[in-house]
Design a protein around this ligand. Structure first.
Ligand SMILES: [Ca+2]
Ligand SMILES: [Ca+2]
Ligand SMILES: [Ca+2]
Length: 223
């Protein structure tokens, strides 16, 4: 019985170890909830981690129980078509990262005002395209275009990519087409997290086994 319990604890340690690695800390994360003291603002441009590129247009900061909270319960989020008749290019500030595999994740919802929206998301645009060695779901080079029906709730999109060399880059989002109506798709919960190499998990797993065997031997010696 005791032996079985030991095996079970080693297995659970392995599972915890592996999931801990998979959930490696994001190198970039934003839920927009802390912007503008939690209040809506049309044509908002003072984001903590983003720039609305001058000359492109505007975006709106909405939600959190305000007048334009189309999807309550998500705090603040961004209407990618502001209120000036031109869609803004929402570009992250510079993100520095070592070489490796990453996943860009973000939530997009429909406009909830009757229009189907197209959104382009841009991956590292300050790196040479050759440095981005893999992109699933990509259309074109490092740009992905997503079409979102009006009534779609927030849905998470994951885009894996690799950096061949360490560097700094930005990501960006823009509502495309439909200029003039001030209605855009809704963006929330953007993050970039490293994906561990399978060999890293194996190495950690063998480490756990080593600890488990050592512990067992030690116990046998003392009793
Ligand atoms: Ca939010
Ligand atoms: Ca708007
Ligand atoms: Ca629009």
């Amino acid at each position: 019985m005791r032996k079985k319990a030991l095996v079970a604890s080693v297995v659970s340690a392995l599972v915890i170890g592996a999931s801990g690695v998979a959930g490696a800390s994001p190198i970039f994360q934003d839920d927009f909830n802390g912007e503008n003291a939690g209040n809506e603002a049309l044509n908002f441009s003072s984001f903590n981690q983003w720039t609305v590129v001058p000359g492109t247009g505007t975006v709106d900061l909405i939600g959190n129980g305000g007048t334009f909270d189309f999807l309550p319960g998500n705090g603040l989020y961004v209407d990618l078509d502001g209120s000036t008749g031109l869609t803004g290019l929402l570009q992250s500030k510079s993100i520095s990262a070592p070489a490796g595999n990453y996943v860009l994740s973000f939530d997009l919802a429909g406009s909830h005002r009757g229009t189907t929206e197209s959104v382009s998301s841009f991956l590292p645009n300050e790196l040479a395209p050759a440095a981005v060695s893999s992109l699933s779901l990509n259309l074109g080079n490092v740009t992905q275009i997503l079409n979102i029906a009006s009534n779609q709730g927030f849905q998470t999109y994951d885009i894996p990519f690799s950096l061949a060399t360490p560097g700094s880059f930005s990501i960006a989002f823009r509502s495309i087409g439909g200029n003039g109506d001030n209605i855009g798709a809704l963006l929330d919960n953007v993050s970039i997290a490293p994906v561990p190499e399978p060999s890293t998990i194996l190495l950690l797993a063998s480490g756990f086994f080593g600890v488990a065997i050592y512990g067992k031997r030690r116990k046998n010696n003392t009793t």
